[in-house]
Design a protein around this ligand. Structure first.
Ligand code: PLP
Length: 434
């Protein structure tokens, strides 16, 4: 399957599988969707990953979003090294937490934030807070939106629209999924029907600001604003999950694409990835009156030993401070170039495709026609993607190993890195055509 010999990755994968389920610490890192052996990465610099066999790859995963500036950015490393030399965790308040919170408050509509260590914790805590604030239990989410592995959010749609959901995986109690309603994305009528039926029981609706976890599926114009208004009309909270899009899709995140223009704000937002600069840091935040219900100010409990860790917050702060409007303009231009070349290559090879984007994020669907929800995303030719993926990998480009993922570029994707991607595309498109 691969043209490049990868004996060391192969050997490590064998050993990993005997001590770790599936050999990986997060499922999508395995190549389950595309076949083959994941590369074990030894180091990364700029736009490039180097594996344990010495092969280099242009990185289009960027750690699933965080590495906005590229790997081992000198100024970020300097800030981290200075912080590490002062100790790694104190369990007391620190200055970097205040500075990072101020930066997030300045760049988004949230008034207060609380730091946690993962996006999952952020969405889990935001939902608890919404339930505590409203005194209600039901949560609405959309099929194809991923919000981390929170029990209530690993739910699948029940037998009909507006009915309560069933567990999406073994291990989730029916009671946890039974407080969730799963609706088709971009479907206003389904949202209206769910609120009509359950309105006074709905604590919150959570959505990705722009879904990136079924591939990139932008909200139809006005959809997020409609969600915000519908929640307000029914006394529910609107939670915009910006773990992926935050400080990535635009400088103001996904909200920069619609809310900032249309003039609405979510009640709560969740962040992660870019704001941690490659460390485990995430946050949730929002309206001061809602955040004021959180312990120790209010009665809703939430805590974390490593929350606001000084190294993680220092890395995040350095990253956000370096993420100027020029950086986002450069990322957007790089996305334009790669998207143009992907479309040309797949068109020339006769491979059905649709490229969709949200600011600097984009993804390629291996099917004809625009995708507006998870049902549409699911009709892709995943075998064609697998062939495409492996041809790209052989040519030195590491794509996310799934057709349902966003591709991420960084400010370090320079001419050489982009040229490597462009050179690889026609061959990979041919492979996908077979
Ligand atoms: N929310 C969104 C939109 C995500 O994309 C993710 C992770 O990909 C999460 C939440 C969960 O974040 P984490 O993996 O840090 O728990």
């Amino acid at each position: 399957m691969t043209g490049r010999a990868t004996p060391r990755s192969g050997a490590l994968f064998e050993r990993a599988q005997s001590v770790t389920p599936g050999g990986v610490n997060s499922p999508v890192r395995a190549f389950s969707a595309v076949g083959g052996t994941p590369r074990f990465i030894r180091s990364a610099r700029g736009a490039w990953l180097t594996d344990v066999d010495g092969h280099e790859y242009v990185d289009l995963i960027c750690s699933w979003g965080p590495m906005l500036l590229g790997h081992a950015h000198p100024e970020v490393l300097e800030a981290i090294n200075e912080a590490v030399a002062r100790g790694t965790s104190y369990g007391t308040p620190t200055e970097p937490e205040v500075l990072l919170a101020e930066e997030i408050v300045a760049r988004t509509p949230v008034e207060k934030v609380r730091f946690v260590s993962s996006g999952t914790e952020a969405t889990m805590s935001a939902i608890r807070l919404a339930r505590g604030f409203t005194g209600r239990d039901v949560v609405i989410k959309f099929a194809g939106c991923y919000h981390g592995h929170v029990d209530a959010l690993l739910a699948s749609a029940g037998s009909g629209l507006a009915t309560l959901a069933v567990p999406g995986t073994p291990g989730v109690p029916a009671s946890a999924a039974g407080e969730t309603i799963v609706l088709p994305y971009n479907d206003r009528a389904a949202v209206t029907a769910a609120f009509a039926e359950h309105g006074d029981r709905i604590a919150c609706l959570i959505t990705e600001a722009t879904p990136g976890n079924m591939g990139v599926v932008p909200p139809e114009p006005g959809f997020n604003g409609f969600l915000a208004q519908t929640c307000r009309d029914h006394g529910a909270l609107f939670i915009s999950d910006e773990v992926m899009t935050g400080f990535r899709a635009t400088r103001e995140g996904g909200w920069g694409l619609d809310g900032a223009v249309e003039g609405w704000t979510p009640d709560l937002m969740t962040f992660g990835k870019v704001m941690g600069g490659g460390f485990p840091a995430a946050a949730f935040g929002g309206r001061a009156d809602v955040m004021g219900r959180l312990a120790p100010e209010g009665p809703v409990y939430q805590a974390g030993t490593l929350s606001g860790n000084p190294i993680a917050t220092t890395a995040g702060l350095a990253t956000l401070r370096l993420a100027t409007p020029e950086v986002y303009a450069a990322l957007s231009a790089t996305a334009d170039t790669i998207i143009g070349a992907v479309v040309d290559a797949l068109t020339a090879a006769g491979v059905p495709h649709a490229v969709q984007r949200a600011g600097t994020m984009f993804s390629v669907f291996f099917r004809d026609g625009a995708v507006s929800d998870f049902a549409g995303a699911s009709t892709q030719d995943t075998a064609a993607f697998a062939a495409f993926f492996h041809a790209m990998l052989d040519a030195g480009v590491y794509l996310p190993p799934s057709a349902f993922e966003s591709w991420f570029v960084s400010a370090a994707h320079d001419e050489r890195a982009v040229a490597t991607v462009l050179d690889a595309l026609p061959i990979a498109a041919q492979a996908a055509a077979k």
